[in-house]
Design a protein around this ligand. Sequence first.
Ligand code: IMP
Ligand code: MG
Length: 182
Amino acid sequence: MEKLITSPNKALITEAQIRARIRELGNQISIDYADQELVLVCVLRGATLFFADLAREISLPLRFEFLQISSYNNSTHPSKDIEFIHTGSDYIKHRNVLIVEDIIDTGHTLNFLLEHLKPLNPKSLKICTLLNKPSRRQVSVHIDYAGFEVPNVFLVGYGLDYAQMYRNLPYIAVIEPFTNSE
Ligand code: IMP
Ligand code: MG
């Protein structure tokens, strides 16, 4: 059985820092889309906590949509096999769409997502990510709103997981992934 023999270090980004930054992002988004319709798209599962908190800082009548993408397969190594599960509704056509992501790392996931959504003819398509790890970028992607730039370390908490765990931490912490097979 695979046993975890590591645990997250103390917070790299605290709850208070996250809250303050999300308030700023929410204010900016509210100004940028003033008097317009906006669909907020949550990329499951990592963006859930960010999505819920960000939505409450945006003072517009939002629509919510959810999609699932998986590219990490329970490890810290990105796989090129990206899986895309679409909700199937016609929510994108002629609407302003803002994708809410947890972290942009290599850029492959976001690139893949944009390739799938652009042909659906959104009125506009923008990206909001809580974390940006530019040192790992392999595909260049344009990010419209970013919460924090982070170094090349593996992070957990506030939605981010290691082997599906630690998503519930209210802060963001560094973890050194290391497993022991017995
Ligand atoms: P990308 O395709 O390499 O940009 O990867 C994006 C996805 O990888 C994110 O949505 C996360 O699910 C995952 N990911 C990247 N870096 C981290 C990390 O430091 N901790 C947890 N998940 C990560
Ligand atoms: Mg993700």
